[in-house]
Design a protein around this ligand. Structure first.
Ligand code: CA
Length: 757
């Protein structure tokens, strides 16, 4: 009887636990933080936030205004800041910070900086903690737009908390009786005039004394209740040895909205432990959308650390109003609108894998983002390309159309396709106002000549390749929605990649207006006609027509040979127009995989291209090599800039066994999964399971496959295979299955082949 009861209990309990396993413990938010200007291993900071959170929190080791917020090698912390941007290169906006001080009051960021050791640090998505060398313990637990912080001061010395208004104009106002500070900051780039981040901070302990100070003049005014100026800040003194909890939120609208959000998100939590537990629950539910089994503990740690980083994006830029509905302050027209808005991403990076991953895991959000992009177009006249949070116009191409088409072909149809096509045509026939050489730089020549001439236009070859891909996306959306006017226009342009291919050298090259190739060609020379790469890297940026590319290159044999050569060439660098080593070059040399430069975007899809040319087993080999050699869960965990979830999404998709080589089509190209089993739970409630029997670090080759029990030979599958739910099963082995996946029908989508189908 007793035994029977236990068995029943086990059956009852198991499903409960099975729903939310503890996956947060696998995540290391320090992954990739050991980065600097010359060499990045991720260029991340220990982001403490909820999935897609509007505000994130991090310890700060760098000076105010320095994009390098937190570097693993640094020895001191000078604040705990509200942050937004993911990358040092894009710096940040709307930042302010708190710093606990013991003993003598020090407000200046250099004076107050305090030593710390990584052995006294906890870095999880739902909880950051560090015990500083002076005995102060600092803790952070996040909500979507706020945070719950706690500072525990050592006994026997005065206890202060300094609030730093960062750079530029800010204001603080202290309410001692209410134990509250409110204020605003307006620091940032690409923010509209009058932009303000209004914050409210509530404390659970009485103020013993207080005052204000200012960053620029470094003056302290004891007893002062308010200050406005360059980096205006406040300080509060608490009883010696106090444990102080702070609940802080911010709003881009007003103090009233910040108060509302404080009520919505934080007042319900009594202690930091409550906030931390609630955040853990949200993260476990989110990470649990992809449950992996098998594989080593380190592989799981790498996988969930990457899934965490990928899940910070798309970043919310909206708040819930009095009526419970979403509103946003537009970084494009500085007005408040109803609806959803997202920011802090560069599509040049993220169209490749980060947005495609969202189409699988967060399609509702993806649909809202697509609407938001068309709203942004109405507000500023152009589709976004790099939001900082307003448009910064960095990098080449007009990849908003890739996101829109990708969403549409995957059944995320929340927007008017005619509006999207019209917006893209506008992009494609105008330089656009952003940056001297971005937007559709060289658009006229691109139409007239069929390519962007170089050196007339810097990076002209890279631009030609990406414009042609974007035109393909325009064409696909027009075709899918029966808009022949747009279809005809873009159909004329999408093969333009052919115009920069030089058959004599076998590379994509710079070509001037007269049709002459750039002289003294050196395939390892960076820059010039290429963006952050060389001819080896840009050869493959024909996402939509790999068959056409292969034909250009003399057929499959030559195509494969060139793919192989990427790895067999020496890892040498000619710095070219960059004039010196940039970190992407150093990272390629360090990776020691020939000319394969995984640390930057242009070549990240290349390994999957063997699937188009009859040697899918080489994809399987190299993918596993890259995943095991270039990624791990530590501070050195990425092979270069992480870039707004892109590199993490590459890993997440690749570890699951597939990749989005050509966003704008509904296909995923098969690689080699890391785990024995992965279960993706979709928003529609269905599950897509990827099983890989006999999988281990030697058995990396797919021997055979079944989809929902039926023999499956193709080197790709479709988005609907995922959303319909089902099981894709691979049988893995240590020897390549060289006869598998060779038929034309097994090859993934190519425009040139689609014509024959
Ligand atoms: Ca990059």
């Amino acid at each position: 009887m007793k035994l029977r009861f236990s068995i029943i209990l086990l059956f009852l309990i198991k499903p409960l636990f099975a729903q939310t396993p503890d996956l947060v413990h696998y995540v290391n938010t320090l992954q990739g933080t050991n980065s600097k200007h010359e060499l990045t291993r991720g260029n991340t900071y220990p982001t403490t936030a909820l999935p897609n959170g509007m505000n994130t929190w991090t310890p700060q080791t760098g000076r105010n205004g320095d994009g390098w917020k937190y570097q693993y090698e640094k020895k001191t912390i000078r604040g705990f800041q509200q942050a937004h941007q993911c990358s040092s290169w894009s710096n940040d906006y709307a930042v302010f910070s708190f710093m606990p001080v013991t003993g003598v009051l020090k407000v200046n960021e250099e004076d107050r900086a305090t030593g710390f050791n990584h052995s006294n640090e906890t870095a999880k998505p739902n909880y950051y903690q560090v015990k500083l060398d002076n005995g102060i313990n600092a803790e952070i637990a996040p909500t979507e737009r706020g945070a719950h912080l706690r500072f525990s001061f050592p006994k026997g010395a005065p206890s202060y908390l300094v609030l730093d208004g960062y750079t530029k104009m800010s204001m603080v106002k202290i309410f001692p009786k209410e134990r509250k500070i409110i204020g605003y900051v307006n620091n940032g780039h690409y923010v509209p005039e009058g932009f303000r981040n209004y914050f409210v901070a509530e404390f659970d302990k009485p103020f013993k004394s207080y005052g204000t100070w200012e960053n620029r003049e470094n003056t302290i005014t004891a007893g002062s209740l308010t200050k406005e100026g360059d980096g205006a800040g406040a300080y509060i003194e608490f009883n010696s040895g106090e444990n102080v909890q702070v609940k802080v939120v911010s709003s881009y609208f007003s103090f009233e909205q910040a108060e509302r959000t404080l009520n919505l998100e934080l007042r319900k939590f009594k202690t930091l432990e409550d906030t931390k537990a609630a955040a853990a629950k949200i993260w476990n539910q989110h990470l649990g959308k992809v449950l992996v089994e098998g594989g080593t503990e380190e592989e799981k740690a790498t996988f969930y650390s990457c899934l965490f980083r990928a899940s910070l994006f798309s970043r919310q830029f909206y708040e819930y109003g009095q009526d419970g509905k979403p509103y946003y302050y537009s970084p494009y027209d500085a007005k408040v609108h109803s609806g959803f808005m997202y920011t802090d991403t560069g599509f040049w990076d993220t169209f490749r894998a980060q947005f495609p991953l969202n189409t699988i895991l967060q399609p509702t959000m993806q649909g809202r983002y697509m609407q938001a992009m068309l709203e942004a177009k109405e507000q500023c006249g152009w589709l976004p390309s790099w939001s900082f949070p307003g448009e910064g116009g960095s990098m080449i191409g007009n990849h908003a159309i890739s996101l829109l088409t990708d969403a549409w072909v995957k059944g995320i149809r929340t927007f008017d396709p005619e509006k999207a096509l019209d917006a893209y045509l506008h992009e494609a026939t105008n330089k656009g106002p952003w940056g001297p050489a971005n937007g559709r730089h060289g658009w006229k020549e691109y139409y007239e000549l069929g390519y962007v001439p170089y050196p007339e236009y810097g990076e002209g070859t890279a631009k030609t390749l990406e414009y042609a891909y974007d035109d393909f996306c325009g064409y696909e959306l027009a075709k899918a929605t029966d808009k022949p006017f747009y279809e005809n226009i873009f159909a004329r342009q999408m093969y333009n990649y052919k115009n920069v291919y030089d058959p004599s050298s076998g590379f994509m090259r710079g070509k001037n207006r007269k049709g002459e190739w750039k002289p003294n060609f050196d395939p390892i020379e960076w820059g010039g006609p290429y963006t952050e790469g060389n001819a080896w890297h840009w050869q493959w940026s024909v996402f939509h027509d790999i068959q056409g590319l292969s034909n250009l290159m003399g057929g499959e044999k030559n195509f494969i040979k060139k793919l192989d050569s990427v790895f067999s060439e020496p890892n040498k660098v000619n710095v070219g127009t960059y004039g010196g080593m940039i970190h992407e070059m150093t990272e390629m040399v360090m990776a020691n995989m020939g000319q394969y430069a995984h640390g930057n975007q242009p070549i990240q899809h290349m390994i999957y291209l063997y699937n188009y040319a009859g040697e899918p087993w080489k994809t399987q080999y190299h993918i596993r090599q890259v995943m095991s050699r270039l990624y791990n869960s530590t501070e050195n965990g990425y092979p270069g800039d992480e870039d707004q979830g892109q590199t993490s999404s590459w890993y997440v998709l690749s570890a699951l066994g597939f990749y989005s080589v050509c966003p704008g089509t509904d296909q995923y190209v098969i690689g080699s999964p890391v785990f024995k089993k992965a279960t993706i739970t979709l928003e529609n409630g269905k599950k897509f399971i990827i099983e890989a029997t006999n999988n281990n670090d030697k058995n990396v080759y797919i021997q055979s496959a079944t989809l929902n029990g039926k023999n499956y030979t193709a080197n790709y599958f479709r988005h609907s295979d995922i959303t319909n739910g089902g099981t894709l099963k691979f049988d893995m082995g240590s020897d390549p299955a060289k006869e598998k996946g060779l038929a034309i029908a097994d090859k993934p989508f190519s425009l040139s082949q689609a014509d024959n189908k």
